[in-house]
Design a protein around this ligand. Structure first.
Ligand code: C2E
Ligand code: CA
Ligand code: CA
Ligand code: CA
Length: 284
């Protein structure tokens, strides 16, 4: 019909456009990665649902391109992976994060744990693991009580299970904790999950979006929370946007909530512990 034709046209048009766009972005990315001045890190708090306290955050990268404005990491991270730029990008994120944690440590700041996203490429290269170990080893020498967590996706682990097991084991020895991100979207078997050195599961936003009204997403969310409990690990709901979702997840015994309902990802100077905790305090 009429709509079909229009859709096909849009897809065709987009793919032409996206090839040019890809080259533009990759060129810009290489340039921006010479001094990293166009990049910034933002922090999104995670709320402990039982107490309403916030002392953890996920770090997310932002890129403000001088001509195109903000380009989403959902667009440029996959390109950084494709063009072998991800290693240096991750290195920058980790170093910046560790430096920020050192400042927070001196200030006795309210954030005690920060998680950094690792690309799916991580488990394909031994040098990625070396780089992380070096940065973390260096920062731990100064005896930081602040905890660093790594977020890895289910798919990246399952692609290279044996290697991932070894690498995760090594990282855990440096007292890092590991979160399994976007959980439920990949294909990890429960047997594998039992043997992986994982500290936390993050329920993917696509399921949380359906809580509590859509049966499927709600049932999967409940199942993941139960699964985490039976494995003795903690669980985070990502993408919590409403009071209703917050109350429902809290009632199910989900350990942490993260999402726009509590706070958007923020620059350090805008993080406000009290404001976030009050959002939760007033509703229970
Ligand atoms: P992710 O790790 O699953 O991060 C969660 C994404 O959901 C973030 O998008 C966050 O801003 C967004 N988000 C959080 N709460 C809500 C909510 O309530 N509603 C909605 N609609 N969105 C919410 P962001 O920052 O655009 O990042 C997208 C993806 O890019 C991340 O997904 C992650 O895979 C990747 N990424 C971001 N920063 C980094 C980084 O430093 N390194 C690597 N390797 N990947 C990164
Ligand atoms: Ca993440
Ligand atoms: Ca996620
Ligand atoms: Ca995601």
């Amino acid at each position: 019909g009429k709509n079909e034709g229009r859709d096909r046209f849009i897809v065709y048009d987009d793919s032409l456009h996206s090839d040019k766009r890809e080259q533009l972005i990759v060129g810009s990315l290489r340039r921006a990665m010479t001094d990293f001045k166009e990049f910034a890190l933002v922090y999104q708090p995670k709320i402990a649902l039982a107490t309403g306290k916030v002392d953890q955050a996920e770090v997310l990268i932002r890129w403000n391109h001088p001509k195109f404005g903000f380009i989403s990491p959902a667009e440029f991270i996959p390109l950084a992976e494709k063009y072998s730029l991800i290693h240096r990008l991750t290195e920058w994120v980790l170093k910046e994060t560790v430096a920020q944690m050192e400042i927070w440590k001196k200030e006795d700041y309210f954030i005690r744990q920060v998680s950094v996203n690792l690309s799916a490429m991580h488990f394909r290269s031994e040098s990625h693991n070396m780089m992380i170990k070096e940065i973390v080893h260096h920062s731990l020498k100064n005896g930081s009580e602040l905890q660093l967590q790594l977020e890895i996706t289910e798919t990246s682990v399952m692609e290279n299970l044996d290697r991932a097991m070894t690498m995760l084991g090594e990282l855990k020895q440096l007292s890092l904790t590991i979160a399994l991100d976007d959980f439920g979207t990949g294909l990890s078997s429960l047997t594998h999950l039992k043997h992986l050195p994982i500290d936390i599961l993050k329920i993917d936003k696509s399921f949380i979006d359906e809580v509590p009204h859509d049966e499927r997403g709600t049932a999967i969310t409940e199942m993941i929370i139960q699964l985490a409990k039976s494995l003795g690990i903690e669980v985070v709901a990502e993408g919590v946007e409403t009071l209703e979702q917050h109350l429902f997840l809290k009632r199910l015994g989900c350990d942490y909530g993260q999402g726009y309902y509590y706070s958007r990802p923020m620059h350090v100077k805008d993080l406000n512990q009290q404001a976030i905790e009050e959002t939760v305090l007033n509703v229970g």
